[in-house]
Design a protein around this ligand. Structure first.
Ligand code: NAI
Ligand code: 15L
Length: 274
């Protein structure tokens, strides 16, 4: 596969999309932007809903690959998740198949496995205690269910149509970690760009599922599949640990919102902040 150059970035107006709009051109990509919302300073961005199949076909035409970030990014009523994340992702895959796009990088989430108990004890955890990528999926929300669906959809489009995907179970990608949980699941924006670049350029990924985080001292999961793409994380949340723990305290095993990978998403309703 020739290295992709033109990449459609869906969800380009969002938090992660905004970070990636800044960082990915540094890797030589030409980004085509799409979002429900207009993007200030980007008059060429496509303003379209994932429900609009015709607009999606036009948006994907001629691109080498897609980074699919668009959708609802927190818990929401099932009907809304169904339209944006489940039907919307299906619509995008159909458009990609119809237009012959060879690869999608899908923004899955740790919430596809959010009800997985986190490693217990003191970090850094023994490699054998890290959550493997093939741990059974245990969504913690309708949102997490939609990411689980997206991973299955990606597998199906590879098996049936040869459309490749890297599904990235992103932890928390924000400029800085803002909670004690995030010390374990944080992905720095720079590492996010490194991982997306690796996912776009690695050979023969078929459908590969990876966790998306930095090389955190307190890491909960196994980054082997991400590293197999050529990803080499450079950042670690540890410099933020002392301040966050002083403010918020250590995670307590007896607190349900501290016991699972998904943090507060496991509560009903999810409790914020996470
Ligand atoms: P965000 O909520 O800031 O951005 C999502 C964007 O998608 C928004 O700009 C929104 O307008 C757009 N969008 C929503 N519904 C749409 C529709 N029907 N059609 C077109 N565009 C639509 O979310 P964020 O944080 O930027 O996350 C991006 C993606 O990464 C999401 O899919 C999220 O689930 C996933 N993710 C993000 C994590 C993070 O730490 N930021 C962690 C795990 C997953
Ligand atoms: C996600 O999937 C969300 O999109 C993001 O906003 C964060 O909440 C993140 O997970 C997290 O688990 O911290």
């Amino acid at each position: 596969m020739p290295a992709p150059r033109t990449v459609l970035l869906t969800g380009a107006a969002g938090g992660l999309g905004t970070l990636m709009r800044d960082l990915l051109p540094g890797y030589g990509y030409e980004l085509r932007l799409l979002d429900l919302r207009p993007i200030e300073g980007a008059p060429d961005a496509i303003v379209a809903d994932l429900g609009d199949r015709e607009a999606l076909r036009e948006a994907v035409r001629g691109v080498d690959a897609i980074i699919h970030l668009a959708g609802i990014s927190l818990e929401a009523p099932f009907e809304k998740i169904l339209r944006a994340n489940i039907e919307g992702t299906y619509n995008l895959y159909e458009a990609a198949r119809e237009e012959g796009v060879g690869r999608i990088v899908f923004a899955s989430s740790n919430h596809a496995v959010g009800f997985t108990p986190r490693p217990q004890g003191d970090a850094p955890f023994d490699p054998g205690a890290l959550i493997p990528i093939d741990t059974p999926r245990r969504p913690d929300t309708f949102y997490g269910l939609s990411k689980s669906f997206g991973e299955d959809l990606a597998q199906f489009y590879w098996d049936k149509y040869g459309l490749e995907t890297v599904s990235v179970r992103i932890g928390s990608c924000f400029p800085e970690p803002t909670s004690v949980r995030m010390l374990s699941v944080w992905m720095s924006p720079a590492d996010g760009a490194r991982l997306f670049h690796a996912a776009l350029t690695a050979e023969n990924v078929e459908h590969t599922v990876v966790y998306g985080s930095s090389a955190n001292t307190r890491l909960w999961w196994d980054l082997t599949t991400a590293r197999s793409l050529g990803y080499e994380p450079q950042d670690d949340s540890e410099p933020y640990a002392e301040k966050l723990i002083a403010e918020q305290g250590e995670l307590e095993p007896g607190n349900i919102a501290h016991a699972y990978l998904g943090g507060h998403f496991v509560s009903d309703p999810p409790l914020w902040p996470y």
